[in-house]
Design a protein around this ligand. Sequence first.
Ligand code: PBG
Length: 332
Amino acid sequence: MRPSQAPFPATRLRRLRATPALRALVQETTLSPADFIWPVFVRDGEGQVEPIASMPGVNRLSVDKVVEAARDAHGLGIPAICLFPYTDPALKTADCAEAWNPENLSNRATRAIKDAVPDIAIMTDVALDPYNIDGHDGFVEDGAVVNDRTVEALVRQTLSQARAGADIIGPSDMMDGRIGAMRAGLEGEGFHDVTILSYAAKYASAFYGPFRDAVGASGALKGDKKTYQMNPGNSDEAMRLIERDLSEGADMIMVKPGMPYLDICRRARDMFGAPTFAYQVSGEYAMITGAAERGWIDGEKTMMESLQGFKRAGCDGVLTYFAPAAARLLNG
Ligand code: PBG
């Protein structure tokens, strides 16, 4: 027992849990819509809202619908939206050139949102997997995902996103040296204020399954991503990766997935004090919504409890598919 606590019955910890008012008064961490970054899936066409079977309640949206989503999010007090394109399989190539096409889906959506909802921050995804015939985040040569040639392509992709108006660049590829190269590229073109939220500690996880369906990468992926994404058994390595990415010019860092890695979030926050985010990934979302649909758990309550956990673990914010639903609840 700590010296500041008198022995029972002078100390009865239940006193502070006795009423809603007292519980609210001593709550240590709170959730707000400003804590959320909302990931959305973009598809081509117009007026399209296409459900994703493994993510109940999440849709692939055409650009006009993404603009509506951004407007709703802004109205709810959500500060940022994150774009993931569902790329036409015919546009997937070995050289991944669609990744830096100024007219690709991600860039078109970015410009359209910037025009219509200029105050919401736009985060974009840097990685080659939506554009790669192999489904990998980097170029594959002789069966191996090569690092340095991939980094050059990621810089091109970064610059095309910055030119389209992205505010937050989100490299999710886990190549070495990419943050420094991207930062140099951005500074070189005068994008001094474009921020980088590095997926610094991204684990090779089975929780990404529904996402790969959502962006149409499941069928394409050959093998696994274990030579670049982290081993789930490691924690010290995550600290080395985060330190490295901050030293190369990342403004914010992310731990991914979220719920099975809350220890990593806490450690990162305590060790570096940099803005720290967790990605509550597609599989986490599917577990909660799937169980709720069957009536096995209360969907709203588990959603809020799962999000609260990220704040308690030290995160400044969460990328979550629940963002609009949770914001609506928080706004009453
Ligand atoms: C790929 C990428 C993935 C996610 C975000 N970017 C999947 C992967 O690494 O295979 C996963 C997000 C989620 O599961 O919600 N660059």
